[in-house]
Design a protein around this ligand. Structure first.
Ligand code: PFF
Length: 360
């Protein structure tokens, strides 16, 4: 059977964009920007993306594209009979661990979306809203339920195969994600906090920049572009050997950066409209935002759109990690796609349980 190929460079950009755009853009980027003082950190982040991230992105794509094989085989192809092959296995192990952590936090997002849809998220006093996250973290059953739903949905998309699963679902979910993002952004422009948000993100104050922030910017540029474990390599292996790489790599990086910056502007516009502190950390979207949604006209609808947007972003990233694991089991061990999906999802679910119980 011939190996799958993306049907066009645009399909590839959507799929790789789907892998890149995720919790990292909408959850992590705004909160680390808030914690590291804004503008100067954003500038460092942009430099890291385009000076470090894009060249590595091209390199990963190139290794995959020239090997036309999964990540473990691709490293063997790069230098046969050397220890380089070990990097491929490291990537597989890391993908497994990342998926198990990513799945748990994505489960929280699904739980919040469900609460928003049923009207419970913003019900009661601001104290009740504040305690939504604490309530969820104290309930392993609720966390495990949504984690399972998330892993199951990701597994379903990957089991459908590359054409009917990954390519098709990225083509559906990514434009929807953009529509929602632009909708929320248009709304945020009308808020009093929009101008302060622009100033916070684009007016660098270098006195706030620490060496820790610099490390965070580099680390995050890898995470947000899905670099370092082979996800971009495996997506690159489904590209025709004739495709030129720099342009498509640059397009994916632009798309990913655009989403992070716009998500940051949306979130900080809301935060500054209510005169709150931008430094609340990982709780920013789980505590601060719902609290603000509660005080805004139309806040319930905003909450529904916001958590749906992040669910889509998380799903298109999780399927890329799962594809890396599945392609390894199928191509290197001859497993059927269905068995590979089942084992990889179930395995990361089991590892993720450790994470769930660590909050309890
Ligand atoms: N890039 C994703 C995000 O920003 O949420 C996370 C991610 C996906 C990291 C795939 C690593 C990976 F291989």
């Amino acid at each position: 059977m011939s190996r799958f190929r993306w049907s066009s460079p645009f399909s590839f950009i959507l799929a790789a964009g789907g892998a890149a755009v995720g919790l990292g853009n909408i959850w992590k980027f705004p909160y680390i920007t808030g914690m590291n003082g804004g503008g100067a950190f954003v500038l460092m982040y942009l430099l890291c993306i385009f000076l470090v991230g894009v060249p590595i992105f091209i390199a990963e794509l190139y290794i995959g594209q020239s090997a036309q094989a999964n990540t473990v085989k691709a490293f063997h192809h790069l230098k046969p009979n050397s220890y380089w092959g070990f990097s491929g296995y490291l990537g597989v192990a890391s993908a497994f661990i990342i998926l198990s952590l990513y799945g748990v936090v994505s489960g929280w997002i699904l739980d919040f979306e469900f609460q928003a849809l049923t009207g419970k998220l913003l019900q009661g006093t601001s104290k009740t809203v504040n305690s939504q996250l604490t309530g969820l973290l104290a309930s392993p059953v609720r966390q495990i339920f949504w984690f399972l739903i998330f892993i199951f949905t990701s597994g379903l998309v990957v089991a459908l195969g590359l054409k009917r699963g990954l390519e098709r679902w990225n083509k559906i979910l990514m434009p929807l994600l953009f529509l929602m993002l632009i909708g929320l952004f248009t709304f945020s422009i009308s808020l009093d906090g929009f101008a302060p948000a622009l100033k916070f993100m684009f007016n660098p104050d270098f006195s706030k920049l620490t060496s820790q922030a610099l490390l965070e910017a580099i680390g995050h540029s890898f995470f947000t572009l899905s670099l370092g474990i082979g996800v971009i390599m495996i997506y690159g292996s489904y590209l025709s050997p004739k495709e030129s790489l720099p342009k498509i790599a640059f397009s994916v990086a632009l798309l990913d950066t655009f989403v992070a910056i716009v998500a940051g502007l949306i979130i900080f516009s809301i935060v500054f409209t209510f005169g709150l502190d931008a430094k609340s950390g990982p709780e920013l979207i789980f505590v601060t935002l719902p609290n603000l949604f509660q005080q805004m006209p139309g806040g319930s609808l905003l909450a529904i759109i916001f958590f749906l947007l992040i669910s889509f972003a998380a799903l298109t990233s999780a399927i890329s990690i799962l594809e890396l694991l599945v392609s390894y089991l199928v191509e290197s061990h001859g497993w059927s796609r269905n068995n590979a999906v089942l084992s990889a999802s179930f395995g990361s679910f089991l590892v993720g349980l450790l994470n769930v119980f660590s909050y309890f």
